[in-house]
Design a protein around this ligand. Structure first.
Ligand SMILES: Cc1ncc(COP(=O)(O)O)c(C=O)c1O
Length: 356
């Protein structure tokens, strides 16, 4: 029995050793950053160092970095009180605040007529598709792109950007809003004056330290071309799956996309059934469908791109990262191919057109 293989990096990436070390060191800092004594100043120093690390990794020296509990809270800060339009491919954290007024087709590209009145992600968590951001955009969700693509907030042309630590090897529960200098947002958590008055409450110092270290390490990886190798392995995996599974559709192949993401539709084979079949064999992957309060729905992202309800219900996402090897990819493709074949045989026996 081989070890489990984690292929769900877009849901949450493994913790980087640099982040773990920074968090362990931060745990024993006794002070509160709001205090002016030495203990307080030490914590303040750590927070500001992490802010500089995140800012540098994000290429955001012309912006303020406001630490939040994640990209979801950063989205609340960016969108509250604004009437912005978005497309159906946005993450719930953004879609919850916007009018779904923008459209997209099978290529996932969103046309934006009014950038200042719109929120548009840079990369999609499910398909990996990367948008060509228009100049003057109000908000961009950079959560999936940060750490995987070389990006400079300063040059992206958006006023506000959302990021999250756990997608690039930092801890869960910490993120940030990057805010072009001079712009203001209304605090959603009110109280003390922390985070330049934009987010009250004693800072999550351990999380912030981990985020800073992870962002710095992620930028170094990017500069060293680590994700080019990831893209090669993703492409190999895609070819192996195409060979093993006649009839599958690869959603984002050939489109501008993240180096690590693969999205496929296996017609008739429910996404969550695929996930459970692979889970039993030791692989962690993700369905393109969301399950809330026990009810599984088809992928909203794929439906927004014009895929049918049945297609959107038969989607699987595989998202990899550095350290996932060629052998891992081929092992997954072989196991998925076998499960795909068995599902097809079951369908035939049941006399159904489509597997359940
Ligand atoms: C594109 C995108 N935006 C926002 C979020 C939410 O991030 P967080 O978990 O930090 O709230 C996620 C992660 O699930 C995401 O993939």
């Amino acid at each position: 029995m081989s070890a489990r293989l984690y292929l769900d990096w877009n849901a949450s990436a493994p913790l980087r050793p640099e982040a773990r070390a920074a968090m362990i060191a931060a745990l024993d800092l006794v002070g509160n950053a709001s205090s002016i004594h030495a203990e307080g100043r030490a914590v303040r120093g750590l927070i500001e160092r992490a802010r500089a690390q995140v800012s540098a990794a994000l290429g955001a020296d012309g912006a303020d970095i406001v630490f939040t509990s994640g990209a979801t809270e950063a989205a609340a800060l960016a969108h509250a009180g604004r009437d912005l339009a978005c497309a159906g491919i946005e993450h719930d954290a953004v879609a919850a605040w916007c009018r779904a007024a923008l459209t997209t087709g099978r290529d996932g590209a969103v046309a934006v007529a009014d950038p200042a009145g719109s929120s548009l992600q840079l990369a999609n968590s499910e398909t990996g598709i990367v948008q060509d951001l228009p100049e003057g955009l109000a908000v961009s969700d950079l959560t999936q792109a940060f750490g995987k693509l070389p990006l400079a907030f300063n040059w992206l042309g958006c006023a506000m950007g959302l990021v999250s630590a756990h997608k690039l090897g930092g801890p869960k529960g910490i993120g940030a809003l990057a805010l072009r200098r001079g712009l203001d947002v209304a605090a959603q958590i009110k109280g003390g004056g922390q985070e330049m008055g934009r987010r009250a409450g004693t800072e999550n110092v351990v999380g912030i330290a981990g985020f800073g270290a992870a962002a710095e390490a992620a930028a170094l990886d990017l500069a060293n071309g680590v994700w080019d190798e990831v893209a090669e392995i993703r492409n190999l995996l895609e070819s192996a799956l195409e060979d093993a599974c006649p009839g599958i559709m690869l959603v984002s192949k050939g489109l501008p996309r993240l180096p690590n993401t693969l999205s496929l539709i296996a017609p008739g084979w429910k996404g969550e059934t695929q996930v459970m079949a692979m889970d039993l064999q030791g692989f962690a992957v993700s369905a393109g469908s969301a399950c809330s309060s026990g009810k599984v729905t088809s992928s909203r992202v794929l439906r927004a791109m014009g895929y049918s309800e049945a297609e959107a219900g038969a989607a699987l996402r595989v998202s990899i990262g550095p350290g996932v090897t060629k052998e891992d990819a081929l092992r997954f493709a072989a196991a998925y191919g076998r499960a795909f074949k068995r599902a097809g045989e079951r369908m035939k026996q049941a006399g159904a057109d489509l597997p359940r």
